[in-house]
Design a protein around this ligand. Structure first.
Ligand code: FES
Length: 405
């Protein structure tokens, strides 16, 4: 290896000296500062809070039918102020109290970031989404109701230093919603990339956002849509399922990223098709939205626990509870069924919001939704939204943080 001689000039030497002295200067500043807490909130902290609220209070401004089984809910910030800007593709987690149960569900913000300036987000709720929350919302929410949500969350957004300039978005059913937000953001100048949406629906009538997608495509030559129908062969539509060949056909030449959003069955199928494309790992990204519904089909699931119910001992803010927990459902669902209010956002193991200390017992965590950080592993923390009991279990769960904006 050739020897390299680095020459450091006077300015460089002064910089190095400054850098070396930094801890001394910082410690002196800490020693000189008063030990009493700050009286007010610093303006910069106020600004940060406005951009990253823990909770937002909305009023339902309107509910619009969107296709045969989806409704778009127009949420307006209760105090009429502007909302935090979001990265197109992000979601909000909606609080849904149902009887004695308190649960949450994530919905992508499917409106333009431009509307956030007017205090408005749109979400779309499809009746056949897995679970009972979406049907509940469809049947019970009405204009004028108050809705509490998290601030914008999630990582399925375009990042120029990571993603290719061209994105092929694979959407199934209500999985179109993050890409609707991206399409609007590109049209309105908030994002700059080329988006081709390959959108799978059962039939032509079942397509949500058809008119809106056509309008954006007509207004903006960076957005393209290909409809794929699985149950109907019709002129002007692709027929069947989204495949590697179909992706190649519409991705064209050059590098591209794949973003995916849809039901778990779609991912299970598409994983094999995408593998055929030989893309680099960083170019394949997906939104999960919810725990794995069939843990018994995941590698490593201890088959002998299937269908069994264990005791879940929960410690929360000095109180203790013993509740039943099915091996087929996450610990978070067990808590919610028992009426406990626990922190939750992504519900898919990714965000870390629900991280809780595992005090004793065994849990099964599917590899696909194991979003624990190294520190979680070192200190025995789990994400209860993606952990399934494999024996009697005891956990220490934090309270749900409340800081409504
Ligand atoms: S709610 Fe996000 S990791 Fe559990």
């Amino acid at each position: 290896m050739p020897e390299v001689n680095y020459k450091v000039g006077l300015i460089g030497k002064l910089d190095m000296l400054k850098f070396k002295n930094m801890p001394k200067v910082r410690n002196a500043a800490i020693d000189a500062s008063p030990s009493t807490p700050l009286k007010g909130i610093e303006p910069t902290n106020e600004k940060a809070k406005a951009h990253h609220p823990k909770q937002i209070e909305f009023v339902i401004d309107d509910i619009l039918q969107n296709g045969p089984d989806a409704k778009t809910v127009i949420l307006k910030k209760k105090d009429g102020e502007r909302l935090p800007l979001f990265r197109a593709g992000q979601y909000i987690s909606v609080d849904v109290p149902i009887g004695t149960t308190h649960t949450t569900r994530s919905y992508s913000i499917c409106s333009s970031p431009a509307l956030a300036r007017e205090g408005i987000y749109h979400i779309t709720v499809k009746r056949d989404d897995a679970g009972f929350v979406s049907p509940y919302i469809q049947d019970n929410w009405k204009k004028g109701d108050t809705v509490i949500t998290s601030g914008p969350q999630g990582h399925l957004y375009y990042e120029p230093i990571r993603d290719a300039k061209k994105v092929v978005a694979l959407a199934g059913g209500s999985g179109i919603t993050p890409f609707m937000g991206m399409a609007y953001a590109i049209r309105d100048g908030y994002e700059d990339f080329d988006l081709t949406v390959i959108f799978g629906s059962r039939t032509e009538d079942a397509i949500v956002y058809r008119k809106e997608l056509d309008e954006v495509c007509a207004a903006c030559d960076k957005v393209h849509v290909v409809h794929v129908l699985s149950d109907e062969e019709k002129e002007g539509f692709e027929y069947g399922f989204i495949s590697a060949d179909l992706i190649r056909k519409y991705a064209g030449n050059g590098e591209f990223s794949i973003f995916m959003c849809g039901p778990q069955a779609m991912y299970n199928y598409l994983d094999g098709e995408i593998a055929k494309l030989g893309l680099r790992q960083k170019f394949v990204r997906r939104e999960l939205f919810g725990a794995i519904k069939d843990p018994w089909n995941q590698p490593g699931y201890p088959e002998e626990i299937r269908g069994r119910t264990f005791n879940l001992h929960v410690v929360q803010c000095g109180k203790e509870y013993d509740i039943p927990a099915s091996a087929d459902e996450s610990l978070m669902v067990a808590c919610e069924r028992a009426g406990l209010v626990v922190p939750s956002r992504c519900r898919s193991g990714e965000c870390g919001w629900c991280h809780s200390k595992l005090l004793s017992g065994d849990v099964f965590i599917p590899e696909k939704t194991d979003g624990r950080r190294a520190a979680d592993l070192d200190y025995g923390y789990i994400h209860i939204c993606s952990s399934f009991p494999a024996s009697d279990v005891a956990i220490d769960v934090p309270a749900k943080p409340v800081d409504t904006q």
